[in-house]
Design a binder for this molecule. Sequence first.
Ligand code: GLN
Length: 488
Amino acid sequence: MSAGVGTLRELRAAIDARETSSVEVVTRCLQRAEASQAELHAFVGLRSEAALDEARASDARRERGELRSRLDGLPVAIKDIMVQSGEPTRCASRILEGFVSPYTATVVERLEHAGAIVMGRTNLEEFAMGSSTEHSAEGPTRNPWNLACTPGGSSGGSAAAVAARIVPAALGTDTGGSIRQPASFCGIVGIKPTYGRVSRWGIVAFASSLDQVGAFAQTASDCAWILEAIAGHDPRDSTSIPESVPNYSDALTGDVSDLRLGLPREYFVEEGVDPRVWTAVREAGAELERAGAKIVEVSLPHARYAIATYYLIANAEASSNLARFDGVRYGHRASDTDGLTEMYCRSRSEGFGAEVKRRILLGTYVLSAGYYDAYYRKAQQVRTLLRRDFEEAFKGCDALITPTCPEVAFRLGEKTEDPLTMYLSDIYTVSCNLAGIPGMSLPCGSVDGLPVGLQLLGRALDESTLLRIADAYQRLTHHHTVSPGIVE
Ligand code: GLN
């Protein structure tokens, strides 16, 4: 296999110094994507010819001194849940078989305007539902650190592609942890911005009040570049926040001495958490303390209700969002059916996989007239309590530090038989989406040769502080520079 691609910053410097070109970089990414595909299965579609054409155009712009931005000519992969005009989008579902998008998502359009090159579409859980990228109609993605393990999910393909140094950066979506958890399992950086910071227009909806687009890269500083390109108000998304986007890169001072970092007391539970994960997280906290940050204990009293609340709200919204896949408007339609009702039923039965069906059933149940008050309304009330927990906690600190996941990457097949156990792996990630605040994960050690993720949670709209902490930590440590064995 050709050598792993560097970071966005390294590639920018090498292209600017004329040590390489966009065409060379894109060629290397494509070679690596193809060579790793049989083992890793990070991609579900590569834009080989289009990407090379765009790289040639970028190199020509560079010759003319007309680069559109610092991302111009640099490759980025997108999760196959974001549409791009003329390209298929399948969300790892049979029901979208054959669907080709007539328009482009705002985030993809912004990357294109910046001159970045969309390399291809990455694998995911069907409609982004799950934590292991095993519920994909296209087959699972594997973890580059250990091919017997999952890369996490749902954005497992994007995380594996960045971890295996196939692409320097990728986009994902995070509804309950789907950027942070795979970033943790794959030993890279992943950031989920504040709800509404990045447009959801052109992203196939899972749970609309929780979904958010974000970025994967090897470093926090590369995530800052991607975020600067994709974030900001979009009139086409009514939940998009009309606030200007700070220059995140300027926030990366390397200084954390003015910051108070909160450790949530309720997260120090013994049960179901690998103690070695906590050891790595505490050591990361100690490193930041040596750099001048102050560590304080905080409380999130309703934390234990987060998983139940999340799975009620996410599934309720999913059941409503997925009603549009009816065999009429998109993708798969059952053949030889007797009448409309049978056509709907069979198209959906054939088109959706087991996990998606389970969630539609659960979601429909909690929204039904008899159970709405007992489940859905109650979940919304608890959601408010969880949000207030964070507001209280942030009175005493600037960011929270926690493990991203209770354990390192688990083995393929280990949890597929038991959905509840799978849901429990989201224990540290879902509250962030329920509260709408930003969160990120970065590598902070390893257990049994598999990466451990440190999670940072921040105040709404304060991605800058999270990126500053993560960048400062990466200046002091080397966890992010170790690449998985599959690569070289
Ligand atoms: N693992 C969570 C779920 O299964 C989160 C998924 C996501 O963030 N898209 O719902």
